[in-house]
Design a protein around this ligand. Structure first.
Ligand code: NAP
Length: 291
């Protein structure tokens, strides 16, 4: 089918490629135009504005944060200005508040929003192995389903209000940060007592804790594989801020959130903006007097 795709960063580039590989006709737009060129060589049409990409009638977006998404939707040359009738499938990790605002604005323009944030890192985006978490009205979800099949290994429908998918995604990222914190603390304990990180991870992941997050994030910590970032620490910090905003709005205390967030902030302050968010483990190790 004809689809527009906006945002060709670490995640979006691979997703757009998966759409092309699945045989869809894709029109792409990215703020930094040069990043679109390789996709042009793969058969994508390159649009000059987000609104032009949305003229395909259905448009997916995968952008950094609320600010980027709001600019692409509401800004000059944006989706609402260029193609108000287009169904917008928003895949970015954004706030519940922005998802609600966009749903209202798209409905007012005679169109609709589907929220479809994803679990999975850039390698999963490139190999069409993402998990898609979608919410929106049934007919709109049906329309987007072939696109989800093209980019993911499994889709979950969580409700008919788009923001519900964003809330699930934020809850998941809270769990990833909390699990990273816990893994780092356990590994620091082992290492200071003379048990290598690799051995500790082998036992824990091979017995009661064999989840993809423990395996993968435990592997990053074991190997200190924090650069280049698959998910940059400042984006992770943004997600934890959005978790906190949702929790405050809903009056849900999340004490664990503060611990992981402060360790991530410390890592960014000391190790810089380019590092992966799993490097919050470095702050835990430093706190134990380890490297
Ligand atoms: P990224 O590599 O930093 O890419 C960000 C994209 O947003 C780029 O295309 C960038 O354009 C664009 N952008 C930023 N500010 C903009 C603005 N003001 N106007 C227009 N475009 C703007 O980020 P990513 O890792 O692909 O992440 C994208 C989204 O997926 C985020 O919401 C993230 O939380 C979520 N996510 C990431 C992962 C992961 O492991 N990386 C996993 C799941 C979900 P330029 O190329 O011009 O900079």
């Amino acid at each position: 089918m004809d689809v527009g795709f906006i945002g060709l960063g670490n995640m979006g580039f691979g997703i757009a490629r998966s759409l092309l590989r699945a045989g869809h006709t894709v029109t792409v737009w990215n703020r930094t135009a040069a990043k679109a060129e390789p996709l042009g060589a793969d058969g994508a049409t390159i649009a000059s504005t987000p609104g032009e990409a949305a003229k395909a009638g259905i448009v997916m977006s995968m952008l950094a944060d609320d600010h980027a998404v709001a600019e692409v939707v509401f800004g000059e040359g944006g989706i609402l200005a260029g193609a108000p009738e287009a169904l917008h499938v928003s895949m970015s990790t954004i706030s519940v508040a922005l998802a609600k605002r966009m749903a209202d604005a798209h409905a007012e323009a005679g169109s609709a929003l589907v929220s479809a944030p994803v679990f999975g890192r850039p390698a999963a985006a490139e190999s069409a192995k993402l998990f898609v978490v979608a919410a929106g009205e049934g007919s709109h979800l049906d329309r987007a389903a072939p696109l989800f099949d093209a980019v993911g290994q499994k889709s979950f429908i969580v409700g008919d209000a788009p923001y519900e998918a964003n809330l699930v995604k934020l809850a998941g990222n809270f769990m990833i940060a909390g699990t990273t914190e816990m893994l780092a603390e356990a590994m620091a304990l082992g290492e200071k007592g003379g048990v290598a990180r690799a051995k500790l991870l082998e036992v824990l992941a091979g017995t009661l804790f064999g989840s993809p997050i423990v395996q993968n994030y435990g592997g990053y910590i074991r190997d200190e594989a924090y650069l280049p970032a698959g998910f940059a620490a400042p984006l992770g910090l943004k997600d934890l801020r959005l978790v906190g905003e949702a929790a405050e709005e809903l009056r849900v205390p999340l004490p664990l959130l503060g611990i992981a967030r402060d360790h991530l902030l410390e890592t960014i302050a000391i190790d810089g903006e380019e590092i992966d968010w799993s490097a919050l483990a470095k702050s835990v190790f430093r706190g134990a007097g380890l490297k």
